[in-house]
Every structure is written in C-alpha cells, then in structure tokens.
Design a protein around this ligand. Structure first.
Ligand code: UD2
Ligand code: MN
Length: 365
C-alpha cells in the first residue's frame, strides 16, 4: 500500500512539475519580446531577461531617454496643420514599390517630424573626409551645416583629414561637436574615396559606436542651402542621384556591369541609382553597409579590379537586394553644375563646382 501511494505521489509530483515548466516556458515566451521593444529603456529588465537581451539593448536603445530608435511617438498638445488623405504632391511619386517613403518637399510636416524625433533626441554622427586640398571645403560645409542640418539636434562631425591644422574653428550650436581624426595622405583620389569605407569601419568600431545613434556619410565638397531635417532619418536612408532620377532606364544606370567585380549588377535589374555622397541611417545598419562596401572593394582589389564608381557601385549593389527604408529625393543632394527643375522645390544641399584636375592629387575625373 505504502509503495503504491508513493508511486502515485511521484507521478503526481512529476506531472505537476511538467505543468509548472510548461507555464514558465509559455510565460517567458510571451514576455521576452515585450522587453525587446525597449520602450522602457530606462527600466532595468528583470535578471535573466537582461542577459538574453544585452545585444538588443546595446544596439537599439539611445543612450538617454526611454525611446527606441524607430519609435514614432509625439507629445500631446502639439499644434500643426491637419494631414489630408486627398491633397499632396501629385507631380512626383512619393512612395517606392516596396512601400517606403520617397521624400520630397511637401510630403512631410517639419513640425510633426521634428517633434517625433526630438522626443528621442538621438545623437547623430556625420562622417566626412577632407584629404589633401579638400580641406578648403570644410568651412563652407560646416558653417552651412550649422545653419540647416538637423538644427537643434545633437550632432558630431567626425572629420578625417591628413591636415589637422586646416580644420577651421567654427562656432557650433548647443549639443554639437567636432572630432578630428588623423589619417594618412593619399596619392590617388580613388584611394581616398575607397579609404572612407575602411577608416569609417575602424572608427565606428573603436569610437563612434559609443557616441552615436544615427550616422551619415557625406561628401565634403557641398554646401547646405535649406532645411535638412529629421525627415531624413530612418533605419537606412539614401538619396537618388540627381543625374539619373527622372527618365533613365534601368539598363542605362551607371552600375558596375563587369561580372568580375563584386559590384556587378546584370542588365534588366535595378530600382534607382543612388549617390554615395549622402547616405545615413541607424548606426549599426550603417556600420554593416560601410563594412560591406569596404570588404567588397577589398575582394575586388585582390582580383585586380576597381568598380566603375568606386564605393558608389558597391553601395548600389547592396541597396538593390537590401532595400532602404527611406529614399530621399535629389533635393538632398543637388549640384551647382545643374539647373534646378520644377520638381525640385527646395535644394537642401548642393555639390560645389570644382576643378577636378586641380583639387585631386592625381587629377582626372
Ligand atoms: C555626387 C556623387 O555621386 N558623388 C560621388 C562621386 O563624387 P565626386 O565626383 O564629387 O567625388 P569627390 O571628388 O567629391 O570625392 C568624394 C569625397 O572624397 C573626399 N576626397 C576625395 C578626394 C581627395 O583627394 N580628398 C578627399 O578628401 C572628399 O570628402 C570628397 O567629397 O564619385 C565618388 C567616387 O568616384 C563618390 O562615390 C562620391 O560620393
Ligand atoms: Mn563630391
């Protein structure tokens, strides 16, 4: 009898234990994802959960405030024009065929979009290179950047240069900084433009990762002329090249067409042609892409080939198969070489006219 009772006892206890384990499993299965939303970044997660989520935590949460990159929260009481489902830009397409915004003047309300991103108050890194004679462009870029680029946001310009003394002293807005990073000179401009991918990869790894939530890569030979605001922020935002955005057939895009290169895109494929002179996104996403361009160009170098438009070719290859989350119109990089057409209502930043042969170490275009 005793033996019989104890066996039943054991069976019941075992069943109970199984149910308990099941409940714990189901419970943890539902609670962990809610922590990964990290709206409560400022809350310390429960022990155990924290270990599992350390990565998500480190990568996705801004350093301050309880907001996650990508949140679209807005405070109560903000005054702005009511949005319409009927009225808007009709002269241009404002959405891609993978359903993300194509950003033009008139497709966003600066009051609303700035309020949303200000709530998160992200730290934005701008990575620029000024090697050799290109230091002459620093002043115009920085002074105009202070006037128009993410005004009232926290911005650090990371200036990579071989002439530290030529970095001008500029009056910066509150919460804005300059960090100068010395790099060697180059004898070929191609090495400078490719080198950007290498040096940026190293600097993000060593330093920038701890100091920024978003990162932009930009050419230095440009000047801001109008608002370049929070509407440019997303997981990965890229700019349509002004030269190919309107009537160019995909087979005419200047993609790399030699199969020997890692940047090869066959005829018959392609969405848009993007510029490598302005691109930005969440820090980790940008890191992945900058490193990708670096690695792919290293592979090409081993095979004694250089992509037709250097890192821009690798960037375009990546973006064809890994779609960006915002496509910015050529308002976000126009050029002083070209007339402004009617669909470009605002030139936010424009490339300067320059004497390529004079400014580049090995001349040429
Ligand atoms: C509008 C556009 O699509 N721009 C791209 C186009 O630029 P660009 O023809 O405008 O090239 P660029 O001469 O401006 O070079 C790109 C950038 O590299 C830096 N630099 C270059 C040379 C040098 O001696 N010192 C120096 O600092 C500087 O930041 C410059 O802005 O082609 C380049 C590669 O061919 C890059 O893909 C650029 O992003
Ligand atoms: Mn340029």
């Amino acid at each position: 009898m005793l033996r019989y009772i104890s066996r039943t006892h054991i069976l019941v206890s075992f069943a109970f234990l199984l149910i308990l384990l099941g409940v714990i499993y189901v419970y943890s299965g539902y609670t962990i994802p809610s922590y990964s939303l990290c709206q409560q970044c400022d809350d310390i997660p429960e022990p155990g959960v924290k270990d599992i989520l350390t990565d998500v935590w480190m990568n996705e949460c801004p350093s301050s405030g309880g907001w996650r990159i990508g949140d679209l929260k807005m405070q109560a009481g903000l005054k702005y024009a009511q949005p319409s489902t009927q009225k808007g830009r009709t002269d241009v397409n404002a959405v891609t065929n993978w359903n993300v915004p194509l950003v033009w003047e008139g497709t966003f309300d600066p009051v609303v979009i700035d309020a949303i991103y200000k709530k998160m108050d992200p730290r934005v890194a701008v990575v620029v290179f000024a090697v050799g004679k290109y230091t002459r462009f620093l002043e115009g870029f920085l002074v105009s950047g202070e006037k128009y680029f993410l005004v009232d946001f926290r911005v650090t310009y990371y200036i990579f240069t071989d002439h530290e003394k030529e970095v001008p002293k500029i009056k910066l807005g509150k919460g804005r900084n300059i960090t100068v990073l010395p790099i060697p000179s180059a004898t070929r401009w191609q090495d400078v433009v490719f080198g950007r991918m290498k040096w940026a990869t190293i600097a993000i790894d060593k330093q920038i990762r701890n100091e920024a939530d978003y990162l932009f890569m930009m050419d230095i030979d440009s000047v801001f002329h109008d608002r370049f605001g929070a509407e440019s922020l997303s997981h990965l935002s890229v700019v349509l090249h002004r030269g190919y955005y309107k009537n160019t057939k995909r087979d005419q895009f200047p993609y790399e067409r030699r199969p020997q290169s890692k940047a090869y895109i066959p005829l018959g494929e392609g969405d848009y042609y993007y510029t490598a002179a302005v691109w930005g996104g969440n820090l980790e996403e940008m890191y992945k892409l900058v490193k990708y361009c670096y690695m792919q160009s290293e592979e090409d170098a081993k095979n004694k080939i250089e992509a037709v438009w250097q890192e821009e070719s690798h960037l375009n290859k990546y973006l064809l198969y890994n779609k960006p989350t915002k496509v910015l119109s050529p308002e976000y990089l126009w050029s002083d070489y070209d007339q402004v057409p009617a669909d470009i209502k605002v030139v936010r930043i424009s490339q300067l006219i320059k004497n390529y042969a004079e400014v580049r170490p090995n001349g040429g275009h």
